[in-house]
Design a protein around this ligand. Structure first.
Ligand code: ZN
Ligand code: ZN
Ligand code: ZN
Length: 147
């Protein structure tokens, strides 16, 4: 289920984040592409279609602010390009995981946390409370296995 820009606005208001028309345009792009992982340059290119006067610096700053309030998560594939995705699911306590195909570069998301058991083990053995994790699995996707 897609969340509307209005409910995000409420969340942003609580954090003191002001929604300008340019920031709104960026949020709309992020919401429309909530299944993708976009680089700041890609976000910039898309947002310029509806908002031609926007500058790259504004895009960077907005991404930074949205990350700070926890609405964006970063995906770093160590290829020199950081990707972003909007984080809407309130039930999602922790970051989901990414499966990255080494052949076609496709990024698949696991919808489940999958780590509850490991987190429990860490809590017991190391007295450590896990607040989040950032896990990437590398391998070959289903389509590429058929080739
Ligand atoms: Zn977790
Ligand atoms: Zn593949
Ligand atoms: Zn993701």
């Amino acid at each position: 289920m897609k969340e509307s820009i209005e409910s995000i606005k409420d969340k942003l208001k609580e954090t003191g984040f002001k929604i300008t028309p340019q920031r709104r345009a960026i949020l709309e792009i992020l919401l429309e592409n909530d299944d993708k992982h976009l680089s700041s340059e890609e976000i910039y290119d898309m947002v310029r279609v509806s908002c031609p006067e926007i500058g790259l610096a504004t895009v960077y700053r907005t991404i930074q602010l949205l990350s700070e309030v926890g609405l964006l998560s970063k995906l770093n594939l160590d290829d020199g390009c950081i990707r972003y995705e909007i984080r809407l699911n309130k039930d999602e306590k922790h970051n989901h995981h990414h499966l990255i195909c080494e052949k076609c570069g496709k990024i698949i998301e696991t919808k489940e946390d999958l780590l509850d058991g490991i987190e429990e083990l860490i809590r017991e053995q190391y007295k450590f409370n896990v607040s989040d994790h950032d896990i990437k699995f590398f391998g070959i996707c289903e389509d590429c296995q058929k080739i």
